[in-house]
Design a protein around this ligand. Structure first.
Ligand SMILES: N[C@@H](Cc1ccccc1)C(=O)O
Length: 400
């Protein structure tokens, strides 16, 4: 059973991580050249795995169902708790709203085409929110089961895409250098967000139990799988087109049609679209699970069905409302999501672990790297926030 949960949890981590961010990667890193993009991806992966392990270092002394709210309260006091709660809610509501709006529109289009209906996009959003909301309310083991199915299909679709596209990769495209140094800074927040899953760590701890050895495996493997997939994805996207062609593609649909026309195959476009839908679905599952458990803890809701339904309403109604009434307002909110993610996935773990290590010198599990590791992680956090700030102020090119 535990082994089963270990694999399931690893897939929840990988499924949450591989989402909208991966779809944005080829365009976000278009002007970097393969080597630079690869270095940035590797560096971000190290950072995110490191901070996920820091979270485990914290969880080992806390209750099994502790969340960022309780951890921040005990290590950083009321103000820290406030910052933690605000960043979790901001990040998760923004992501859920974006998934509901984006996924809902895709679902509506499929229903209309498949069943010759003429539903409004909002209907798609409502259906998507109700389906995912029901699964999350039914419990983590149901999320695990659905996620396994979706994730397996997602990997198969991706594998067939890789198979179809590899012949079109040209080595010389991979040797291109960055077009403009500023583009590196612009790509940082997108790459960083694409490796994000940290809000779901407390849910995984609650599900697996406080077995730090197993949890470490879950985090390391769960973050390594996206790394491998992202590297292949970069090889394909940057190997098939020159940087200038990539830079000219108009968002994801433009990128998909260029790829499909290079491969002379409509199947490629279908596969990318299916993959995009599944990426949104698994990421939405993981993110809403994290938000659900966060609220259950914050409002002291139990695991009875009445309480779970109440928690589900707090989790899903606000982002659904935003998605229905302000479908476009989220591009901006997503820009800020990177900042909330730096707070939640870098600054808070670093600060809490620093405090915990000073008060418990003979700690059980301790991530390697000491204070230098903590300082470097914090420094990267500052760099990411600065990159996002410069982009918002219009001082470096914005992408996506
Ligand atoms: N990594 C996710 C986004 C995400 C960030 C932070 C937490 C959870 C999910 C994506 O690419 O879509």
């Amino acid at each position: 059973m535990l082994k089963n949960k270990t694999i399931g949890s690893m897939l929840i981590v990988a499924g949450t991580t591989i989402g909208a961010g991966m779809l944005a990667l080829p365009i976000a890193s278009a002007g970097l050249g393969f080597t630079t993009a690869l270095s940035l991806i590797l560096l971000t992966w190290v950072l995110m795995t490191y901070t996920a392990l820091l979270m485990l270092e914290l969880h080992q002394y806390a209750d099994r169902d502790a969340t960022l709210n309780t951890l921040a309260k005990s290590w950083l006091g009321k103000r820290g708790q406030w910052v933690a709660n605000f960043s979790v809610m901001f990040l998760f509501y923004a992501l859920c709203a974006a998934y509901i709006a984006g996924g809902g529109a895709q679902l509506q289009e499929k229903l209309n085409n498949g069943l010759s209906l003429s539903l409004a996009p909002q209907v798609g959003s409502v259906i998507l929110a109700v389906v995912i909301g029901t699964v999350v309310t039914l419990g983590t083991s149901k999320v695990d089961k659905l996620n396994r199915v979706l994730f397996t299909i997602k990997v198969c679709v991706l594998a067939s895409l890789f198979y179809m596209l590899t012949p079109y990769v040209h080595g010389q495209h991979l040797l291109e250098m960055p077009i403009e140094q500023g583009l590196i800074l612009s790509a940082i927040p997108v790459v960083f967000t694409s490796f994000g899953f940290h809000g779901s760590i407390p849910s995984i701890v609650k599900y697996v139990g406080l077995d730090i050895k197993t949890l470490r495996k879950v985090m390391v493997a769960g973050a390594a799988l996206p790394l491998v997939i992202y590297i292949f994805w970069q090889l394909l996207s940057q190997g098939m087109m020159s940087q200038s062609d990539l830079l000219q593609s108009q968002g994801l649909p433009g990128f998909v049609s260029s790829v499909a026309s290079i491969a002379h195959s409509p199947h490629v476009a279908t596969a990318v679209n299916i993959f995009a839908d599944l990426a949104l679905a698994t990421s939405f599952l993981g993110v809403s699970l994290g938000l659900f458990d966060f609220f259950a803890d914050a409002f002291k809701k139990g695991d009875g069905s009445k309480d779970r339904i109440k928690t589900a309403l707090i989790t899903f109604i606000p982002p659904l409302g935003f998605a229905l009434f302000y479908p476009q307002g989220f591009i901006m909110a997503l820009g800020y999501a990177a900042i909330a993610l730096v707070i939640l996935a870098v600054f808070l773990p670093v600060a809490m672990v620093y405090k915990q290590r000073s008060s418990k010198p003979d700690a059980g599990y301790q991530v390697k790297g000491g204070n230098i590791g903590l300082a470097l992680a914090a420094l990267f956090g500052v760099l990411i926030i600065s990159a996002q700030g410069l982009q918002m102020a219009g001082l470096i090119p914005a992408i996506g």
